[in-house]
Write a protein that binds this ligand. Structure first.
Ligand code: C2E
Ligand code: MG
Ligand code: MG
Length: 591
C-alpha cells in the first residue's frame, strides 16, 4: 500500500464525508479542520444545509456518548431538543447565542449554550453550518439549586416554623395587599382580628413547653377550619394569632366567625392524654377608608385586644376611635409609671376602718395614690391595671407593703394603746404568680418589726377565681404565719359563700355597690343581710365598704354588721393627718 492510500484509509468517516460533500476542499484541508475542532473544548458539529451531520469533534462524542459513526450522516434533529420539528433553533443561534439542549445516547438531557456559524460559498450560498455548543448543565444545576434555596428562604422568612402558618412578616404583606385592594375597590371590606390566648403561660408552666407548642399547633389547625381560603391565618408570635377576613369582611360575618372561634375553643384540646381547655381574647378592626397604613390597623386592633383582655377571659372587642386616645394615654402612663417609683411620686393614704357600734378605729386600709408631676393626682383604678400588665406591680406592691408596715409600726410606737391597730394592704392577682410572695411578706414584717397579727391582706374575689389552687395554697401559708386575710369587694364577681368557705379568710368586705343600693332596693338589703349572717356563721368578721350616709350606718348596725369603712367616717387620709388624729386622742379613736 502506498503512502497516499494508507493516508486515505486512516481518514475518519467524517473527513471522508466532508471531502465528498465539498469536493473543492482538499483532504489536507479537511484533516486540518478536524484537528482544529478536536482541540476545542466545546461541542462542535458541522452540518450540511439539510441539517445532516458531516463532522463532530471529540468533545461532542464525549459529551453525548455516541460514537462518531452513530452521529455522522444523521440529522442533528435526532439529538437536538426542540419544541417542534422545525429547526428555528439553529437558525436563531446564528444570530445570537441561545440556551437549548442536546440528548445524550442514554436519553439524558444536557443543557447547552448554542451558537452557530453559517459557511458561505464563493457565490454566497450557504454550504455548511457549524454548531458550537457549550455544556452549561453544571451551571444550570447550581442555578436551580440557588433558586430552590432562595424559594425556601423566601418561604421560611414568611412562615412560622412551629405551626407552618404565615408569620408576622407575611401577615403584614397580606394586610398591605388587602389595604391596596380596599383603596382601589370601595366595595371591598376586610376585617383584622388578633387573638391572644388566655393563660397560655400557665399551660406552658404546668404541662411544659413541648405541650404548649403542641397546643399552639392544634389551635392553628382548629382556627383554619373556620376560615375561607381567601382569608389569612398567621401566628404573630408567642400565643398571638392574626386573622384577615378577606372573604366577607363585614361586621355580621366577622361576628359569625368570632362565635365559631368561641364555640370551637370551648371544646377541649388533647395534649398527651390530657384534656386542656383554652380561650382567647380577640381584638377586631373592620377596614375603613380612613386606613392608609397597615401599622394603623395593627395599632387599633391591638388597642381593641387590650380592652378585650381587661374585660374578661374569652371576650372580644371591636375597635372604636376613643380607644386610640385611651391607648395613647395608657402608653404615656406606662412610660411615666416606670420612673415613678424612683422619683418617689407614690404616696400611701390610709382610710380608717371603724367598729360600727362604737365608731372606734380598729385599723386602716392603705390606698395608694400617684402624684403625677404633670397630670396631678391619679387614682389606683387608672394605673394599677397598667402596672399589672407591665409587671411593674411587683416592685410597686413591695414598696406598698414596706411603706404600710413601717408606717403602722411608727404609729403603734406613739402609745401603748395603739398596739392593736391593723394595717390592711391590698394584694394584686399578679403577686400570686411570683414564687417568693410569702418570703417577701415575711421579710417585710421582719424589717419593719411589726407584729404579724397587725397585718391584714386584702384579696379580691376575681383573684381567687383565676388561680384557685395556687392562691389557696399561698393563702394557707400566710394564714399559718398568723397574718389576717380579708376577702375584698365581695359580691362583685362570682360570689359564692360556700366557695368562700374553702379559703382561710378571717374577714369579708361587702362591696360598696351593695351598701349604695341597700336603701333603695329591698332585694339588695336582704342580700346584704344574708351575706352578713352567713359570714358570721362561718366565723368571719364583716366590713361594709363605702358607707356614705348616717342611714347606711344605722341600717348596717341593725343588720348585725360589725365594721365599716367609708366617707361618712373618713376619706383616705395622709400619714400626717392620721398621726395628728392619733396624737390628739386616746384610744378609742373617734373621728
Ligand atoms: P378597694 O380595695 O376596694 O378600696 C376601697 C376603695 O373605695 C378606695 O378607692 C376608696 O377610696 C374607696 N372608698 C372608700 N370609701 C368610700 C365611699 O364611702 N364611697 C366611695 N364612692 N368610695 C369609697 P381607691 O383608693 O380609688 O382604690 C380603688 C381600688 O384600687 C381599691 O379598691 C383596690 O382594689 C385598688 N388599690 C388601691 N390601693 C391599692 C394598693 O396599694 N395595691 C393594690 N394592689 N391595689 C390597690
Ligand atoms: Mg381593699
Ligand atoms: Mg374593696
Amino acid at each position: 500500500m502506498n503512502k497516499t492510500t494508507e493516508y486515505k484509509n486512516n481518514l475518519t468517516l467524517a473527513l471522508k464525508q466532508l471531502n465528498q460533500q465539498f469536493s473543492d476542499l482538499s483532504m489536507v484541508a479537511c484533516a486540518w479542520i478536524q484537528t482544529i475542532i478536536n482541540i476545542i473544548n466545546d461541542s462542535v458539529i458541522v452540518l450540511d444545509t439539510n441539517y445532516t451531520i458531516l463532522m463532530v469533534n471529540q468533545t461532542t462524542i464525549n459529551l453525548l456518548g455516541y460514537s462518531e459513526k452513530e452521529l455522522v450522516n444523521k440529522s442533528i434533529l435526532n439529538i437536538l431538543y426542540q419544541n417542534s420539528d422545525d429547526v428555528s433553533i439553529i437558525e436563531n443561534s446564528s444570530k445570537k447565542t441561545i440556551e437549548s439542549a442536546y440528548f445524550r445516547k442514554n436519553n439524558q438531557e444536557v443543557e447547552v449554550l448554542l451558537s452557530s456559524q453559517l459557511i458561505y460559498s464563493e457565490d454566497q450560498e450557504i454550504m455548511a453550518i457549524i454548531c458550537i455548543a457549550q455544556d452549561i448543565s453544571q451551571e444550570k444545576r447550581i442555578e436551580k439549586l440557588i433558586k430552590e434555596n432562595e424559594r425556601k428562604l423566601y418561604y421560611d422568612l414568611r412562615h412560622d416554623k412551629l405551626t407552618g402558618l404565615p408569620n408576622r412578616k407575611l401577615f403584614i404583606e397580606e394586610l398591605e395587599t388587602s389595604l391596596e385592594k380596599a383603596q382601589e375597590d370601595k366595595s371591598f371590606c376586610f376585617t383584622v382580628l388578633i387573638l391572644d390566648l388566655d393563660q397560655f403561660k400557665l399551660i406552658n408552666n404546668s404541662y411544659g413547653h413541648l405541650m404548649g407548642d403542641n397546643l399552639l399547633i392544634q389551635m392553628g389547625e382548629r382556627l383554619k377550619t373556620y376560615l375561607h381560603e381567601q382569608d389569612i391565618l398567621a401566628r404573630l408570635g408567642g400565643d398571638e394569632f392574626g386573622i384577615i377576613l378577606n372573604h366577607l369582611g363585614n361586621l355580621d360575618h366577622t361576628l359569625e366567625i368570632v362565635d365559631l372561634i368561641k364555640k370551637g375553643f370551648a371544646l377541649p384540646f388533647q395534649l398527651n392524654g390530657h384534656e386542656v381547655y383554652s380561650s382567647a381574647s380577640i381584638g377586631i378592626t373592620i377596614s375603613d377608608t380612613k386606613y392608609q397604613k397597615f401599622g394603623d390597623i395593627l395599632r387599633d386592633t391591638g388597642a381593641a385586644l387590650n380592652q378585650a383582655k381587661i374585660k374578661d377571659k374569652a371576650s372580644y372587642t371591636i375597635f372604636r376611635q376613643e380607644m386610640y386616645v385611651e391607648a395613647v394615654n395608657r402608653l404615656e402612663l406606662d412610660n411615666d409609671l416606670r420612673r415613678a417609683i424612683e422619683r418617689q411620686e407614690f404616696e400611701l393614704t390610709y382610710q380608717p376602718i371603724v367598729e360600727l357600734n362604737t365608731q372606734k378605729v380598729i385599723g386602716f386600709e392603705a390606698l395608694i395614690r400617684w402624684q403625677h408631676p404633670k397630670k396631678g393626682l391619679i387614682n389606683p383604678g387608672k394605673f394599677i391595671p397598667i402596672a399589672e400588665e407591665t409587671g411593674l406591680i411587683i416592685p410597686l406592691s413591695n414598696w406598698i407593703l414596706n411603706q404600710g408596715c413601717q408606717q403602722m409600726c411608727e404609729w403603734q410606737k406613739l402609745s401603748d394603746s395603739y398596739q392593736e391597730l391593723i394595717i390592711s394592704i391590698n394584694l394584686s392577682v399578679k403577686q400570686f404568680s411570683e414564687n417568693n410572695l410569702v418570703e417577701e411578706i415575711i421579710n417585710t414584717l421582719q424589717n419593719s418589726g411589726m407584729n404579724k397579727n397587725c397585718l391584714k391582706l386584702e384579696i379580691t374575689e376575681s383573684c381567687i377565681i383565676k388561680n384557685t389552687e395556687e392562691v389557696c395554697s399561698i393563702l394557707n401559708q400566710l394564714k399559718a404565719l398568723g397574718i389576717n386575710l380579708s376577702m375584698d369587694d365581695f359580691g362583685t364577681g362570682y360570689s359564692s359563700l360556700s366557695y368562700l368557705h374553702r379559703f382561710p379568710f378571717d374577714t369579708l368586705k361587702i362591696d360598696r355597690s351593695f351598701i349604695k343600693d341597700m336603701s333603695q332596693s329591698i332585694d339588695k338589703l336582704r342580700l346584704t343581710q344574708t351575706i352578713i349572717h352567713l359570714a358570721n356563721d362561718f366565723g368571719m368578721e364583716v366590713i361594709a365598704e363605702g358607707i356614705e350616709t348616717k342611714k347606711q350606718w344605722e341600717q348596717l348596725k341593725q343588720l348585725g354588721c360589725s365594721y365599716g369603712q367609708g366617707y361618712y367616717f373618713a376619706q383616705p387620709l395622709t400619714a400626717e393627718e392620721v398621726e395628728k388624729i392619733i396624737l390628739k386622742g386616746n384610744n378609742p379613736l373617734i373621728i
